[in-house]
Design a protein around this ligand. Sequence first.
Ligand code: NAD
Length: 493
Amino acid sequence: MRLSPDTLPSLRHGAQRPGYDRAALTTGIVHLGIGAFHRAHQAVYTDDALARSFGPWGIAGVSLRSPDTRDALEPQGGLYTVAVRDAAGERLRVIGSVTQLLVAPEDPAAVLDLLTRPSVRIVTLTVTEKGYCHDPATGALNEAHPDIVHDLANPESPRSVPGFLVEALIRRRAAGVEPFTVLSCDNLPSNGDTAAGLLRRYAELRDPALGTWFAGNVACPNSMVDRIVPATTDADRDRVSDGLGLRDSWPVVTEPFSQWVIEDRFPTGRPAWELEGAELVPDVHPYETMKLRLLNGSHSTLAYLGYLAGYETVSDTMADPAFARLIRGLMDEEAGPTLHMPPGADLGHYKDALIERFRNPALRHRTWQIAMDGTQKLPQRLLGTIRDRLAAGAPIDRLALGVAAWMRYVSGTDEAGRPIDVRDPMAARLAELAAEAGPDADRLATALFGLTAVFGDDLPRDPRFTAAVTDALRRLYAEGARAVVQSVAPAAG
Ligand code: NAD
């Protein structure tokens, strides 16, 4: 039997279920990018908030790409399971806050209608870094992006996030409906400010006066999100369905830890997320930089080096003591010293907890998944830290090794000579550069430094940066990832 509102009563004892009347929910939040992360994070906070103090905060989940989530969840009336997993076992919980699912490419007009409804007061986003159609090195809108070009020419049938949101805001304004708040939950630096800048620029391209209106009227709070949510596997589906006693076509699997730090700027209201553990603060930046540099920077470094060393998951990689030492050293010696935390924040505790989270063997987070989209991720995860270290005249050995490992990874061939499936919006360009350079560290590094969308104009001109990365890349080619990690992070004594 399939999980659905009708079969909920036969859920096995022990699995938690929605504690409110879903049929009475109205849609107050539209979420763009209804992937695994939203369902294990924001939708859970909202589910908790609805159970505690019911309000008009049902979520309509929209995919701007594939129909897969809608196809899986529609027959389940939007219900799905969050499986929280650690060494002690697995706890199952059915989430009810997602009540509607749409696929934008099938019917962009329906998505615009939804976004124009007065009941919708918040639009949340997890569309991955590439969904912002921006230049990751500068944060500026990529005005030559095919989706942006398309949407400016066809504003009534958009494809991109800016295209949908700005057209909806124009319609709301014309109808006298207040603008919604735009809440980015992607791993971007200053995600709210970045989204605001991109949307304002896109609005300006539609009509210069609209850009000014946008800047004065649309709130885009920054937020920091943290919970590790690997892609769901077929084995996850089977195990969760066995535990539920009902078939769930697309559960999500996650860890016990969850954090959400949000700037409290919601002119038209929001659910009481703070009662469920979200931290509403005046300034998110210190938390966000901490997370991007310690968690995401370590994650990417582990992903590239771990993949090259033949490890399938982050926890497999962390089980190798040299990799664990490297990551602790990266946090303690290189990334940590660049952070300026508010009084009371306990960095030592945060780093200890991160190491434990990375080690969680119950979460099979694949190195290959984290390795995706490196051109979009590197700037905020490693390169900003490197800029700060260079400005302070401080060493960057471990950070440079992370960047070199990305280069070795995007060369497209692993240490055993097998092809690597490199997923990245710039994959074609990366493959071209790698083919021209061949297996030559100096040529490959020089070619990749030329990607200004990734490295900017400054880093490729700084010999401390180029020498450290090129040297690490030479060593990765000559010795292999595992040997290099062992020599950069030797055992004490
Ligand atoms: P996912 O693959 O399950 O879902 C990604 C979603 O983004 C899908 O709905 C997809 O259609 C959409 N998308 C992909 N490319 C797009 C594009 N070019 N334009 C518009 N939409 C696009 O991934 P996920 O685990 O849900 O992660 C999504 C994002 O959430 C991450 O990129 C990150 O910014 C943030 N996040 C994830 C985690 C995690 O552990 N998974 C943790 C913190 C933050």
